[in-house]
Ligand binder design. Structure first.
Ligand code: C2O
Ligand code: CU
Ligand code: CU
Length: 458
């Protein structure tokens, strides 16, 4: 493929950063500036010292002046136009996780574009077909780049009012830092070969043990994003049972009670409605028994809110299951026989169907593990042959989860499926987006030690 020429930054010094958010600035009482036809952001990636551990600075990397990055918003069906400016000391890209877009905008180095070098910019321009909660991150040296904070929410607003009057975005991330706020390794071989290298300091919107004020008695839409490299959060709430699940990974579901823990793997999102308790009371946001942060009810003069109706479905093509071709993808562990990073190569612990991805080899995408015919329906049988769980993610297309040998599935659309230990699951899709699409585990150091592949649609 021919790449769009990278742009040099000459003459662009001093550009304003538009759309700074995150970092604790919570948005409720949604103001909607009328008459805006589209959104334009100039998004700068640059080093930023942040205080995660009191009295200590952590040398993070930020998008738009915060880590996690600035919240970008766009309306469904509109164009998102982002001029991305790289002020980092390293090459990078932006991938728009969960967005169905043309390959040239997908942000994968040497597959959809060349890396954006320090001092260069790249214009990302695409239309967003689906409403929901998405996110963005680099697809280069991902353990370090995501680990240092280059992760940000991308909110696609529904075209018509949804009935939610209040909302808050909660980006969950656990930082690889020590007691002095210094980074510790983002990936350690013996961990990468197992569950993945876990961070040590959890945070919501970059704040450990964050407290977020929300209006008492109101129904609030919480957009929870797992932007972490490794951790699967066993999400639950304490302090109210007035919690309902409205959407998963950017796609609406029939609203249901939140129930026990919801397992939110890396890359996944959950859209939850919570009715806040009386003023002064709190709701704990937890990972299993561990509190990640607190929602605090503050007094409001507004009359109590009601539960909004289901969110409108996105225009995702329905796979034709009767005619679909079945493809099997085995997730395999090769830890004991691993290539231990000889001559500058990373070790290889994981593979799909006997093939490990090598992040140092720019030609891997020339050898896709599957070739799909545009317009046809497919059922992917995902077989986890390992004793670890893997959030399996596909670029470019949304798939429908239809079956599992481990749990009852109410079919739903997603871009990431958390494949449990030794689970076999079936997902289906219409191959309606031409290109070479990454298919990988979103535990970042699994992906960087083999668990990635390319799937071609032509
Ligand atoms: Cu969040 Cu390759 O993706
Ligand atoms: Cu993605
Ligand atoms: Cu994995």
């Amino acid at each position: 493929m021919v790449f769009t020429r990278r742009q040099m930054l000459a003459g662009l010094a001093g550009l304003a950063v538009v759309g700074v958010g995150g970092g604790g600035a919570v948005r409720y009482w949604l103001g909607r500036p009328g008459g805006r036809a589209g959104h334009d952001y100039e998004l700068i990636a640059a080093p930023l010292d942040v205080q995660l551990v009191p009295g200590h600075l952590t040398p993070a990397w930020a998008f738009g002046g915060s880590a996690p990055g600035a919240e970008l918003r766009v309306r469904q069906g509109d164009w998102l136009r982002v001029r991305f400016i790289n002020h980092l000391p390293v090459p990078t890209t932006i991938h728009w996780h969960g967005i169905r877009l043309p390959l040239e905008m997908d942000g994968v180095p040497y597959v959809s574009q060349l890396p954006v070098l320090p001092g260069e910019y790249f214009d990302y321009r695409f239309r967003v077909p689906d409403a929901g909660t998405f996110w963005y991150h680099p697809h280069v040296a991902s353990t370090e780049q995501l680990g240092r904070g280059l992760v940000g929410p991308l909110i696609v607003e529904e075209r018509a009012p949804t009935g939610f009057a209040h909302e808050a975005t909660l980006s969950l991330k656990s930082w690889h830092v020590d007691e002095q706020g210094a980074f510790v390794p983002f990936s350690v071989a013996r961990e990468a070969a197992r569950v993945g290298t876990l961070g040590r300091l959890s945070s919501i919107n970059g704040v450990p043990q964050a407290t977020i004020d929300l209006p008492a008695g109101q129904v609030v839409r919480l957009r929870l994003l797992n932007v972490d490299n490794t951790a699967t959060y066993r999400l639950n709430f304490r302090g109210t049972d007035q919690v309902r699940l409205y959407a998963l990974d950017g796609n609406p579901i029939e609203p249901r009670a939140f129930g026990e823990d919801y397992w939110l793997g890396p890359g996944m999102r959950a859209c939850v409605a919570v009715r806040m308790p009386p003023a002064g009371e709190e709701v704990a946001v937890r990972d299993g028994p561990v509190r990640l942060g607190t929602l605090r009810s503050v007094a409001t003069a507004m009359p109590p809110g009601v539960w909004p109706p289901p969110l409108p479905a996105n225009p995702v093509a329905e796979p034709d299951l009767a005619r679909a071709e079945k493809l099997v993808f085995n997730v395999e562990w090769v830890g004991s026989a691993a290539v231990q990073g000889d001559n500058g190569r990373p070790p290889s612990f994981w593979q799909f169907n006997g093939q490990a991805w090598d992040i140092t080899d720019k030609t891997c995408a020339d050898r896709p593990i599957a070739r799909l015919t545009r317009g046809n329906s497919y059922i992917f049988e995902l077989k986890n042959m390992t004793q670890y769980q893997h959030p399996i993610h596909l670029h470019g297309m949304t798939f429908k989860v239809i079956a599992s040998n481990r749990r009852t599935i109410v079919p739903y659309f997603t871009d990431t499926y958390l494949l449990g230990k030794h689970e076999r699951a079936q997902v289906a899709l219409v191959a309606d987006n031409p290109g070479t699409w990454m298919f990988h585990c979103h535990v970042v150091d699994h992906m960087e030690t083999g668990l990635m592949a390319a799937i071609e649609v032509a």
